[in-house]
Design a protein around this ligand. Structure first.
Ligand SMILES: [Zn+2]
Ligand SMILES: [Zn+2]
Length: 428
């Protein structure tokens, strides 16, 4: 039991409350005879569950993107779970995705006492979670990361081994200021202590999350026995020479020179960022225009291969085509071409809507282009995700089929996609 040094009044109040709680519960428990307690029953079935028709399964947890809430849609922001046997992996954690994660996989153990059904203990449905991958550091891909770090720890991640978290390093400088913004730069660059950067990488972001939510993290650890989170996560950055080296020939932007889109996505060869006994993960830069670095990831398992494009424009200097060559499944971002034309009709440089329009047409891939990209990659199945706007009609999204001869799937939250041959057992 820990002590509350120097917190006199709080100790008194909290000790009192705990004492009252114990007193209130005691008569209830004493009144329950053994004959009223029945054996543990199976928990409510999660929507997806830990067994499926395929050994390698992709589960779409969030299928929209963009820094907005789209009216008329319940799609969560971008996130995927990948299951290989009983091992789980997550790619991106956009806002709303943790609720989907629980909906997909959370299960409990329930008992009936005196006719009352009740859950026993807390669920640890994430105990086979091995790694989390971030394609790039935009909130529609990591808004639920703080929730995952804290609530996920209690749900069992890192129960068996430290949880590996891999994402981009510090970008090194801000994007071009296309909107003429003259306001506050958060964490503006400082070469003096505490050496702030306006573009923190995955390690600094994680450490800032722990600081910002310190009250919750500390309270849950000390009062409720939550795990020692800084000790059970293994955060690695793509670009950190101490963790994962940049591939040779990689171009690191020179902060002293004007930045162009050309150096955010130089042509390169895929490089390995993670490997275990279930899969190998390779990465390559894609072109999220001035948003740098942005990666696509490829996951190769004994059953087949899956590529997640991350956020990218259609021209990656051939990088995505190299990474995704011959893959079974390509999950690619998409933006509705009809919506772009309707929303930004006639907009000109210098007008208020122009910066967003510029972002939309340079940093993302439209329905008109995505099929062609998938065709060039030679993938069997194209899954549209990161669908923007989230309320775009499915029929319009299906126009992506025009330039693609393979199978087209318009992604939905909690859609499950098997990779490789079915195992010949029914879905749990
Ligand atoms: Zn996005
Ligand atoms: Zn993005």
């Amino acid at each position: 039991m820990h002590s509350h040094k120097g917190c006199g009044p709080k100790v008194l109040r909290r000790t009192l409350l705990k004492g009252m709680g114990a007193l209130a519960v005691a008569p209830l428990m004493a009144g329950l005879g053994a004959k009223n307690v029945f054996a543990s029953q199976p928990g409510d079935k999660p929507r997806i569950g830990n067994k499926g028709s395929h050994n390698t399964r992709l589960v779409l947890l969030g299928t929209t993107g963009g820094m907005t809430w789209w009216p008329g849609s319940t799609r969560a922001s971008n996130s995927q779970a990948l299951l290989v046997g009983d091992a789980m992996y997550i790619i991106d954690l956009g806002f709303g995705s943790c609720a989907r994660l629980a909906e997909a996989f959370n299960f409990g153990h329930f008992i009936t006492i005196g006719g009352q059904r009740t859950q026993l203990e807390l669920s640890t449905f994430l105990s086979n979670m091995r790694a989390v991958f971030f394609t790039h550091l935009h909130m529609d891909h990591l808004g639920d990361y703080p929730t995952f770090l804290e609530i996920g720890a209690r749900a069992g991640y890192a129960k068996k081994q430290p949880l590996v978290i891999i994402g981009p390093g510090d970008r090194g400088r801000l994007d071009d200021n296309l909107s003429g913004y003259k306001g506050t730069v958060i964490q503006a660059e400082s070469c003096n202590p505490p050496f702030t950067t306006p573009t923190p990488g995955t390690k600094m972001m994680t450490s800032h999350i722990l600081q910002a939510f310190a009250q919750t993290f500390n309270d849950c650890a000390q009062d409720e026995g939550y795990p020692d989170i800084p000790k059970i996560i293994d955060v690695r950055e793509i670009g950190d020479p101490t963790a994962i080296p940049w591939p040779s020939g990689f171009v690191i932007p020179d902060p002293g020179k004007p930045w162009t889109s050309d150096i955010t996505c130089p042509a390169m060869t895929p490089f390995e960022i993670y490997k275990d006994d279930r899969l190998c993960v390779t990465a390559i830069l894609v072109d999220h225009y001035e948003v740098y670095p942005a990666f696509a990831f490829r996951f190769d398992t004994e059953d087949g291969s899956l590529v997640i494009s991350g956020d990218t424009g259609p021209d990656t200097r051939g990088n995505l085509q190299k990474l995704a060559k011959g893959a079974d499944v390509l999950v690619h971002e998409v933006i509705d071409d009809f919506w772009i034309k309707a929303s930004f009709k006639g907009v000109k440089a210098g007008e208020p809507a122009w910066p967003l329009y510029h972002h939309v047409i340079t940093a993302h891939t439209s329905t008109a282009d995505v099929g062609r990209v998938a065709q060039q990659c030679g993938v069997k199945t194209l899954v549209l995700s990161h669908i923007a706007p989230a309320n775009a009609p499915v029929a319009r999204l299906r126009l992506a089929q025009q330039n693609f001869s393979g199978k087209l799937i318009v992604g939905e939250d909690l859609m499950e996609i098997g990779i490789g041959k079915p195992q010949g057992r029914s879905k749990a």
